[in-house]
Design a protein around this ligand. Structure first.
Ligand code: ZN
Length: 83
């Protein structure tokens, strides 16, 4: 399996390197609370990862504006994308 590297930066100055399978692409940085993040964990065509697993400070969730958001990056599985 081929891999590739992404350097991901958030709007709030956090950054991280991710080494991912070649078929993961289109990284999207987003801030989500637990409730809004949960549906992504169950999707087979997306992979969601905490950008900073040690992030202790909450930010505003991009979807519901709840103040309990953490920064995530969401990758799409290009093998499952509609043609
Ligand atoms: Zn939310």
């Amino acid at each position: 399996m081929n891999i590739k590297r992404f350097h991901i930066e958030t709007g709030t100055g956090r950054s991280a390197e991710f080494t991912v399978p070649d078929h993961w692409d289109f990284p999207m940085v987003t801030c989500l609370c637990g409730k809004c993040a949960e549906p992504f964990f169950n999707r087979s065509d997306r992979t969601i990862i905490r950008i900073d697993p040690f992030q202790y400070k909450y930010d505003k969730c991009d979807i519901c504006s709840d103040d309990k958001g953490h920064d995530y990056v969401i990758f799409e599985d290009t093998r499952l994308m509609a043609a």
